[in-house]
Design a protein around this ligand. Structure first.
Ligand code: PXL
Length: 274
């Protein structure tokens, strides 16, 4: 078989389930271009349509939960299946049960489930979320092969008091508590060591840190970019640490490419074109 045919055979199909924020450079508007750019056929399950993400001072919200059963019905009738799942911002606790139905009904083989819990940052829940949502997410991550919480989400999920500077020891404690909630690999993002930010990976009782350089700034949407680049690299056959490294480097490059006055996201488009 020729190389071209090999490539055609190997194309993976992912389903990413998260909101569609019409403006704001986050969730589906970053996941779709990034995953596609890495050669992955990207299908979407939009959980809601928002005018813009919730870091702006106001937003509209059209809940798409009622449409999802009809989407599933048609996927079933058309025998549509996925090689992997990437979950981001869901927005409503009711969506967790639908996510589980999706894993049960539409996985091709042992399709990995990657969950970025996306409900909090900087010690606080995002607007519109409550502890009931956190409790439901705590159950959903049981189904994950990989979870990608930031430090704040890890604290909420494990009912641990938030600390602003998360060093290796604190991150490991959080990861071990999370490992009691899921058999999946735990990757905590935003871990700090000697002024440098990176990820702590805990798998099968062993942990490692992936550290690159100090983040030049903090911006919205970078977690979603991290999750997409990580997923693309991981599905491409790279190790967890390599995938984290590539995703961190991508985020750093995006931050460097972004005008400081551009407050609501990062210029990931420029980095994607390199
Ligand atoms: O980037 C995470 C995210 C995704 N979707 C929506 C958000 C946020 C973060 O605030 O508001 C709607």
């Amino acid at each position: 078989m020729s190389t071209d045919e090999d490539e055609i055979m190997k194309t993976k199909r992912i389903l990413t389930m998260q909101d569609l924020s019409c403006a704001g450079q986050c969730s589906l508007t970053v996941a779709l271009p990034i995953l596609s750019r890495y050669g992955i056929e990207t299908c979407v399950l939009p959980t809601a349509v928002l005018s813009n993400h919730t870091m702006f001072k106001g937003w509209s919200y059209l809940d798409l939960t009622p449409e999802i059963p009809a989407i599933f019905e048609n996927w079933k009738n058309n025998d549509i299946k996925f090689d992997a799942f990437l979950l981001g911002y869901l927005g409503k606790a009711e969506l967790m049960a639908l996510a589980e139905m999706c894993f049960d009904g539409f996985a091709e083989g042992g399709a990995p489930v990657i969950i970025d819990p996306v409900f909090a940052d900087n010690g606080k829940l995002y607007g519109g979320f409550d502890l009931q949502y956190v409790a439901e997410m705590r159950k959903l991550i049981k189904r994950a092969d990989i979870i990608l919480p930031n430090v704040t989400e890890a604290c909420f999920l494990t009912e641990t008091e938030y600390r602003e500077n998360c060093d290796e020891a604190f991150a490991l404690l959080l990861a071990q508590k999370l490992a009691a909630l899921t058999d999946g690999t735990v990757i905590i993002t935003g871990v700090e060591k000697d002024g440098i930010i990176g990820e702590l990976i805990l798998r099968g009782g062993k942990h490692e840190l992936v550290l690159l350089e100090k983040l030049p700034a903090k911006r919205h949407g970078t977690g979603d970019i991290f999750a997409s680049v990580f997923t693309a690299n991981y599905l491409g056959g790279n190790s967890l640490a390599e995938s984290c490294g590539a995703a961190s480097q991508f985020v750093i490059d995006c931050l460097k490419a972004t005008d400081p006055d551009h407050f609501y996201g990062v210029n990931f488009e420029k980095v994607l074109m390199k």
